[in-house]
Write a protein that binds this ligand. Structure first.
Ligand code: GLN
Length: 569
């Protein structure tokens, strides 16, 4: 939110009649923070977030402080109400922000917790402007896309720069250049570069090189047209990253270079790679890191000794990728089985643990809508372990419960996440504690043995957006439990949550008597957070989403435990 005094200052600098409107946070020093702006052309889904996070990682390794921000074009206030099937998973930050999955890529690549200040949507920008307009903050002026909306965008970026003390803010603009909904972001970036002065902003255009099978050669025209559109917006790219299925050849790069005034050394080929963790090395190979330092005039800020150390650690990790001697098959039951993006964090967490333990993880997607107690063995015959992940609604729930029962009774390693935790409680209540009608009120609103019920604080809420139990919460761990051991003998940990339902405290005693152990609980509240079973190779579930905090060099212990147990099977 722009402070009213700063707003007045912004106007008074040049009088209310002025066409300049660029409120600047108090104490902001121009030139201290540099900006790398990553935009897409030709099509979306090229991996702007991956590119941007890998480049940011290389800068961070050099001792520079980096702060990423994703600017989304859509009008939603956050990603919480978006369908993961269309948009990929909803990533939850520690402060409870529900955001785009790219924020997960940044957190993993940078091993850094982000906050709501690292994510902005058009909805947030417009809401803040309309609030100010109603508040009378614009002093009789008509409120316009330029300068007010673009001014708000620049203000957010500078506030992030100022508050984090970043050397470089990495700005990723969602969608592609030319989208109507992103046009004001692009314009704001042009203004930012002009106002901050030469060598303050580095513009990166991600583009795609087509290779139609009937022609059998790479074609750069679509890329050229996309870049032309960017240049028509008044932005001269400094770097062009050419995404393609295979290495982009010299001829295509030359064409793009000539067409866009970008020296060929900065028109780089970025072919598809088996693991995103190999991309930082690809960027280093074409000296992208040093090109950016030179463009931004900050070569003197780097610490090469730190870089050597960080890079050695990183290579220890990436050197193991693809060289695993062992293979483990993990079954994941899920509604959105056709779209891998909807389970991005789980896939990453499994990959981190697999690499650490030297086992390649093969994922088998299991659609539970047809699974029953009778046919479950057939469906799970190829898996070494299973995950029942988060979810909403009724579809496939009975099949998930059958899978959990089968895993419990047949010593198959099992990890339940959020909804999977709730399903495990229902299964145990029904089949061990004799609560035959046990269910969740999410699935059966009038259930007579509702072991899973809506959280008391959720009952009052009628709107759908941003109001689940969200974000990081501390968890007390029971000493001596499996969870205690997994987390390195600590009795307090923190994980991230996103749920409306919980174990109804009235059933806890009865369920525990049956033998299920609630080994993680919310401090001072009867909210059950982790459950586990004794006398089973690995049976553990959590109300949280541990996948959100797994990092390449620090795999999440509940996942590592699952992979280790599954490798033994
Ligand atoms: N639908 C369940 C709830 O709201 C689980 C949510 C989830 O898996 N993220 O509590």
């Amino acid at each position: 939110m722009i402070d009213k005094n700063e707003l007045l200052a912004g106007l008074s600098e040049t009088s209310a009649e002025s066409e300049y409107f660029s409120p600047i946070p108090k104490g902001y020093v121009k030139g201290k923070t540099k900006y790398v702006v990553v935009m897409g052309t030709v099509m979306s889904g090229l991996g702007k977030g991956i590119f941007s996070s890998c480049l940011a990682k290389l800068m961070q390794d050099k001792g520079l402080k980096v702060a990423p921000i994703k600017l989304e074009g859509y009008l939603n206030i956050d990603s919480g109400t978006l369908n993961p099937f269309r948009h990929g998973e909803v990533f939850v930050l520690d402060d409870g922000m529900e955001c785009d999955m790219d924020l997960g890529t940044y957190e993993r690549m940078l091993d850094q917790n982000l906050s709501k200040n690292n994510f902005s949507t058009s909805g947030q920008i417009y809401r803040s402007i309309l609030d100010k307009e109603r508040h009378g903050d614009y002093l009789g002026r008509d409120v316009q896309m330029i300068p007010h909306v673009t001014g708000e965008v620049k203000y957010r970026l500078r506030t992030l720069a100022h508050n984090t003390g970043a050397d470089i803010v990495f700005v990723e603009i969602g969608g592609t250049v030319g989208d109507l909904e992103n046009a004001f972001y692009i314009e704001a970036m042009r203004e930012l570069a002009y106002e901050e002065g030469p060598n303050s902003c580095c513009f990166v255009a991600l583009t795609y090189i087509l290779e139609p099978r009937i022609l059998g050669e790479q074609k750069s025209k679509a890329a050229q047209l996309g870049i032309k559109q960017l240049m028509q917006s008044g932005i001269q790219p400094d770097i062009i990253a050419c995404r393609a299925a295979s290495q982009v050849n010299e001829k295509a790069r030359q064409k793009i270079s000539v067409y866009s005034n970008v020296p060929i050394g900065r028109v780089v080929s970025l072919a598809d790679s088996a693991s995103i963790y190999q991309i930082p090395a690809m960027l280093r190979e074409c000296s992208m890191d040093f090109e950016v330092l030179r463009l931004l005039h900050i070569e003197d800020r780097i610490d090469l000794r730190k870089e050597r150390q960080e890079w050695a650690k990183w290579c220890d990790f990436t050197d193991k990728i693809g060289k695993e001697k062992h293979e483990t098959t993990i079954g994941i039951t899920g509604k959105y089985t056709s779209v891998r993006d909807s389970y991005a964090s789980i896939i990453n967490a499994l990959e981190h643990s697999g690499i650490a333990l030297g086992s390649h993880i093969k994922i088998e997607w299991i659609d539970t809508s047809e699974i029953t107690d009778k046919n479950v063995a057939e469906h799970l015959k190829n898996v070494d372990g299973i995950i029942v992940p988060g979810g909403f609604g009724i579809r496939g729930t009975e099949g998930k419960i059958s899978c959990i029962k089968y895993a419990r009774m047949n010593n198959i390693p099992f990890l339940g996440l959020c909804f999977g935790f709730q399903m495990a409680v229902i299964e145990f209540a029904r089949n061990v504690c004799g609560l035959k009608k046990a269910n969740s009120t999410e699935i059966e609103p009038n259930c007579s043995e509702a072991v899973i019920d809506i959280l008391p604080e959720q009952k009052k809420i009628e709107k759908l957006g941003g109001n689940m139990r969200l974000g990081g919460h501390d968890i007390d761990i029971k000493p001596g439990s499996l969870a205690y051991k997994l987390f390195g003998n600590t009795d307090s940990i923190r994980m991230r949550f996103r749920h409306r339902y919980e174990v109804d405290p009235r059933f806890i005693e009865q369920i525990e008597k049956g033998g299920l152990i609630f080994s993680g609980k919310a401090p001072n509240q009867p909210i059950m957070q982790i459950l586990e079973l004794k006398d089973h190779p690995y049976f553990i579930a959590t109300q949280a989403h541990p996948c959100l905090t797994s990092r390449p060099l620090r795999p999440q212990p509940m996942f590592t435990g699952l992979v280790a147990a599954s490798m033994k099977k």
